[in-house]
Design a protein around this ligand. Sequence first.
Ligand code: ADP
Length: 750
Amino acid sequence: MNQDNFSDLQIADIDARKEKLDDFNIEQIHFPGFIQSHGVLLVLEEPRLKIVQVSNNTESFLGIPPETLLNHSLSRFFPRTQIRNLKKIIARNEFETVNLVKLKLKKDGEYLFIDGVLHRNNDGVLIIELERSAYRDDLDFISFYHSLKSAAANIQKTSNLQEMYKFIVQEIRSLVKCDRVMVYKFNKNWDGEVVAEDKREDIEPFLGLHYPDADTQACRKFYAAHWLRVVVDVNAESAALLPVNYPEINLSNSVLRGLSQCHREYLQNMGVCSTLVMPLKRSGQLWGLISCHHYTPKQVSYELRQACEFLSQIISSELVAKEEAEDYDYKIKLKSIHAKLTEYMSIKKNFIDGLIADRPNLLDLANAQGAFIYWQGEFTTIGNVPQNPDLERLVNWLKNNIQETVFETNSLSCLYPESEEYKNIASGLLAISILPKNYICWFRPEFVQTVKWAGNPHNTVVEKVDSEGVVRLSPRGSFAVWKETVRFNSLVWKSCEIEAVKDLRSAIVNIALRQADEQAKLTQELERSNEDLEKFAYVASHDLQEPLNLVSSYVQLLEMRYRDRLDEDAKEFINFAVDGVTHMQTLIDDLLTYSRVGTQDKKFVKIEMEDIVNRACTNLQEKIQTNEVTIMRDRLPSVFGDRTQLIQVFQNLIGNAIKFRKEEKPLVQIRVEENEDHYLFSVRDNGIGIELQFSDRIFTIFQRLHSRDEYPGTGIGLALCKKIIERHEGTIWFDSELGKGSTFYFTIPR
Ligand code: ADP
């Protein structure tokens, strides 16, 4: 991936060194023990404001040596009115909002105008820092206030992020009057990129340069809690705090706080002399930095610092709104795709069809080139996706490694190296888990990019031997552009796309659960009503048999006993009654057989189909003879099945072939075909034929195509055949030509 090849050992070593350096830097940020020498720092003991610690540069700044100041009250050196103001601020204890006191002191016969900035450090110690005032009267301040107001308004007026960045750098540079202002944005790995820049024309641009995470690691913690950091002159000597044996003092809230050795070297290596940096925070989280560079020493007044703090807070509060406005049209489009997909999903029986069958589809929702749905162990794919075995392994990897319900990466191979093989399809992955272990995943192909780094990002720390011969860690010496070709990465998934798939997830969870629920209920109901029906049919046919026998016996008795006394009409009526009873008897028998098919859990045994057909023919003996039927048959194999039921099947099929005959003598042909996993049996006749449009109907119970006057029957025969064949895990169907004959086919597994 990189131009340099680092071994794991080297990388581990670099990491360890970076860590050491960070600890050191963090320590130096809070307790440097020295300050920048353009100002003076005094540590005061309350309530007398006794000076207990002081920077060693007071003589050059105030004209008073540190020894003279130490252990005396501040009131000894400043006029009473000024001390009174100062005490008022201390009494209010609101250092966050008001902490400036204007001071005036005579030095070498001239007045020295001083800004005194008061604050308490994290341990509650009172500190005052003195700097030269920038504004002697209020005139400058008014015009300054106006330019600040217009800067804030301009920034707020911008319509999108890019435009806002542009205004930020322009407005801040015109306020601070420095050589370069940059907006520096962190990505999710904390590497940063210069996304906007305004600069002196003659200096080289940094726009588009990337800076590694290590460059800002130490200072990021500081900016989480503070709004500004100023370095006035990176080359100036620092001023140590006296007395040196005084307990180390926490200076993290101090404006004058000295630079760590590493920070100083970093800026020196960059060739920068003075900096002012403000954090940009999005919803309270560090998002980026506004960084001002100057190539000669530059003092930034208290007022200007306040203004910059104020601006960075305004910009921070604008970030969310501007990011929301970003890609506005695209977001609207995604919303409408979401609405369509939700509609399709709820119309279709199965939510998966709703996601892939129409346009827009799953791919459109995340601007992806391929996607798959893994639902209840089955894959449904759309677009360009890896091979099925690859998908299976990827799903297993997701199951074992990803806990989040929504997961995205634009460099899948970093986490899952196997995916390198299909980088042209899936370098980027966006995945949602619908229910545990059920996923929808979107893919994006590799998009090769060149990243310009400010210096080699793999060598942020080097070892240096200092003047005393000690080996020290030091920031990299070169910031020359270092190009890196980034492979195995896709275009990043936009936050609005991630939001869109999150919304889809909620919709699917609702719809899929509802559909699964409905399906389960339906199946349950169906099973129950099937069971009820079978029970009913069984009980009813069983119980009806007895009274029917009674009716039949009495009608026959009536006919026998009173034969002589009955007239012809009465005899005919009795015949009708006997016919009815006979038909009802057949119906009940058939129904009973039908209802028993599923309830008989008799084990299948090996049976000779030859015997089965023989038996069926024997049962039909009378009809075969009466109708002068010719039966032609293949030699039939043996199968596993239920003997009685298979006899029933042949008996019904041959019976129908005879019953639905034409004028000509019936010819029935029984054939078998041997296939890889099943036998295909067929019973062909030369009868009246069936219209193919009734192909479904005739296998339904009680469905007949003829009246009983034309052809007798109950309409149960074929339904019974279907039930039996299905119980044998086979299928049954027919082919026919009206007027020419029909062929019934059924299969039995081998
Ligand atoms: P049934 O024979 O008692 O009427 P079936 O379920 O066996 O009931 O058949 C249903 C219907 O299918 C029959 O009424 C008939 O219309 C049609 N049918 C079945 N077999 C044939 C066949 N071999 N030739 C023509 N029609 C048939």
